[in-house]
Design a protein around this ligand. Structure first.
Ligand code: SF4
Length: 170
């Protein structure tokens, strides 16, 4: 029987790839490693950023959203869009997403959007840039962050959906 195939942010126990070089281990994801086929991806590494690296942020200019590196001021918007397209094209079957909370690339719903590279306060909150591209293309596929996995109800709902979709739940 096939295991659920889950796309996971690589920094959640699959490699050291965060901007600050820190590793994040999540006990629950570690337990799932025998039950799930994880496909780990770090979009920031994939577009050529190193470890450690200057952080990135989402910035509104006019009515357009940009994905910019704060210190170098590099515009990584097209690079990240192109990488997201490539990933979407490669996901023939995917049963769910576990993404890194709060990340400007991978976060779900609570990522700050800033009016400039230097402003301290966000003007709104949204999905991370990479997450928004892939979740748009897979609107019915369950998605959760590692932080939401510590909420009993959200975790159970997520597991129920991904294991049901592969018919091996309970
Ligand atoms: S949050 Fe996403 S982009 Fe950032 S290190 Fe983790 S996998 Fe890479």
């Amino acid at each position: 029987m096939s295991k659920p195939r889950i796309h996971v942010s690589k920094c959640l126990g699959f490699g050291i790839c965060r901007w600050d070089g820190k590793e994040i281990l999540n006990g629950f994801i570690e337990k799932l490693k025998t039950e799930i086929e994880f496909i780990s991806v770090c979009p920031e590494l994939a577009i050529g950023l190193g470890v450690p690296r200057d952080p990135v942020r989402l910035v509104y200019k006019g009515d357009k959203l940009y994905f910019l590196q704060t210190n170098t001021k590099k515009d990584l918007t097209m690079a990240m869009k192109n990488f997201a397209d490539k990933i979407v094209g490669s996901l023939a079957r995917i049963d769910g997403f576990i993404l890194k909370d709060h990340s400007p690339s991978c976060g779900i719903s609570n990522v700050g959007v800033y009016p400039s590279l230097t402003s301290k306060e966000p003007v709104s909150m949204t999905n991370g840039f990479f997450a928004s591209q892939i979740l748009k293309r897979f609107p019915e596929t369950p998605a959760i962050t590692e932080k939401m996995l510590s909420d009993d109800k959200k975790r159970e709902d997520f597991l129920d959906k991904i294991f049901k979709s592969t018919n091996i739940w309970k």
